[in-house]
Design a protein around this ligand. Sequence first.
Ligand code: NAD
Length: 475
Amino acid sequence: MTTRTLHVRNPRTGELDYQIQAAGPEEISATAQRLRAAQRGWTALPLAERGAALLRLADALVKFRTEITAALEIDTGRRRIAGLELDGAVASLRGWVAQAPTLLPEGWTQGRAMPHIRHAPQFVPYALTGVISPWNFPLTLSMIDTIPALLAGSAVIIKPSEVTPRFAAPMMAAIAEAGLEDILTFVQGDGATGAALIEAVDVICFTGSVATGRKVAAAAATKMIPAFLELGGKDPLIVTASADLEKATDAALRGSVLSTGQACQSIERIYVAAEIHDAFLKRLTEKAAAVRLNWPDISQGELGPIIFDKQAAILTAQIEDAKANGAAVLTGGTVENHGGGCWLLPTVLTNVSHQMKVMTEETFGPLLPVMPFATIDEALALANDTEYGLSAAVFAGTLEEAEAVAAGIEAGAVSLNDAALTGIFYEAEKHSFKLSGLGGSRMGPAGFQRFLRRKALIANTGAPAPLSAFAEDAS
Ligand code: NAD
């Protein structure tokens, strides 16, 4: 077996206090073979029985809640969100099980052009699904595609990020408790392991950066398997002149800095109508200045550490680039080292422009650059001046006004009179526009349906047409 030892950094202490054995192609191939064998029985079960098994998994996650969230807490350096990730997975299991039976059409449909021919759908799952996840929400983003794939009848191998791998061991204990270890498992490793996983599966679900997403897409294309890619974002928030300042600044702050901004759907650019710009900036700055780190006490404060230390250098580079080009820092602004971890307080920036990296490149941190606009057309042009199209937000005095502005935004989801709602609300189908992704919606009914290939049964209730009906001289 070709395994390599990878050392894992603790985001609160900076210490390499954990290690994983990165699976090589042979181990992945053996795992894939084992799961493929078990998948034949899994897919033969009625949907209701697969659902019952997934409810057992939900119960097992609850039983192992302490162990899983403790590991996730070390992986991410945050406590409350670790609990929310676990609770979210349990709710997602129960929600999909309840919903799945209503999501597929059944029965025969009479043909329109040829009424004597009718058709009925059958649904054939991909036998083995690969899931590759990033470090920012390790549990949520490992399970978000896994749950509907399992329910559809697929077996699943998850490769979590090598930056946050600790939660996988207690997850495996819960999976074994539910008796599902032959159809759902984790493999540990880095990019090489991820690349090997793509070779072993029939469909790949990838959440991560655009740069890696391109490699995954190319590998999937060569293998001719579907790739569902959920990539980076540069989400804008537009605040119109009629917006309620208290509510809009609450949404802007939470949407930008929750999870230390380490969320694909974080608000990364804020455009405010010139009429209210100064008042908005003042109130946002006051609120941003009141945010606390969850250091030294993990049970206090709102902001955890920067999980991946390399991200700290990206944030510093964006802040320095903005300052060098004339931006002013109103709060935060410096990556702080506490106890070996990297931390950054909410950093409100003004005098920013699209000549700065902070307005064009993905930030993935608690930066809030604020820019005034004169007209809605200008706001839309600025919001759409990006190679990303993950999501966006509009805050206005009324929902109707917000909806009208949202119509002009090139992104797969727009939060109205709030921000970053796709981080907490998964029921609406959405695509990722532009470089932000490829493939079907992971949310809403399509999130389940995309794991099932359509197989059509087409039945002739009349007599088959003879060849002579197609003769050149047929009348
Ligand atoms: P990343 O692309 O560096 O890594 C993601 C995963 O891919 C990791 O598990 C990594 O080991 C694996 N990987 C690396 N090289 C690979 C290869 N050649 N083949 C297969 N797998 C490979 O991303 P990251 O830094 O872990 O995560 C941050 C990024 O994820 C940000 O860009 C963020 O916007 C994005 N993200 C997107 C969403 C979404 O839903 N759109 C959600 C969360 C994060």
